[in-house]
Unconditional design. Structure first.
Length: 168
């Protein structure tokens, strides 16, 4: 199984949004973030042609990013997981991933620092702080048949601008 890890696209600024009085979980993508990620999603499809399952955090900015992936990949449904929230423990997502082993490519959409910690956990079974997944960026990790921390292989890591160039 391969795991496609996508950080949400550019969202409204945290400080400015907090002035609305709404919870940060409701902070949406900016119009520019949506536009840029549409191009990025097309580029992503060129290097990762299929997704068999899609999961997202329940935070609005991740849900909106996942919805853009759904359109490009023609996916009917995205599962919302608490295990993809910003403060979640990466080990909790590993348990969910084990249940997806029959799916060749699983994609997740989430937040930093959780996603970098997840990648590091899967690659090294530790926290070595060597991954920086930028907004709208993505990475592909090969998990193999037995999803175990420290046994994954990094296939590629791309920035949002690289994805947009691929999608042009």
């Amino acid at each position: 199984m391969d795991l496609l890890i996508v950080r949400h696209a550019i969202a409204e600024e945290r400080d400015a949004f907090s002035e609305t009085g709404k919870d940060d979980a409701e902070r949406p993508l900016t119009p520019g973030g949506r536009r840029k990620f549409k191009g990025g999603a097309r580029g992503l499809k060129r290097i990762a042609p299929s997704i068999d399952a899609l999961a997202t955090s329940a935070l609005v900015r991740a849900v909106e990013t996942a919805a853009l992936l759904q359109k490009v990949y023609r996916i009917d449904e995205a599962v919302r997981l608490r295990e993809l929230e910003p403060d979640a423990n990466p080990a909790a997502l590993v348990r969910w991933l084990r249940r997806q082993r029959s799916r060749p490519v699983v994609a997740v959409v989430g937040h930093e620092p959780h996603l970098s910690m997840l990648i590091e956990h899967l690659l090294t079974d530790g926290h070595r702080a060597f991954v920086d997944l930028r907004k709208g960026g993505a990475c592909l990790v090969a998990l193999g048949d037995d999803v175990k921390p420290g046994h994954a292989e990094l296939r590629w890591l791309v920035t949002a601008s690289q994805l947009r160039r691929l999608g042009a």
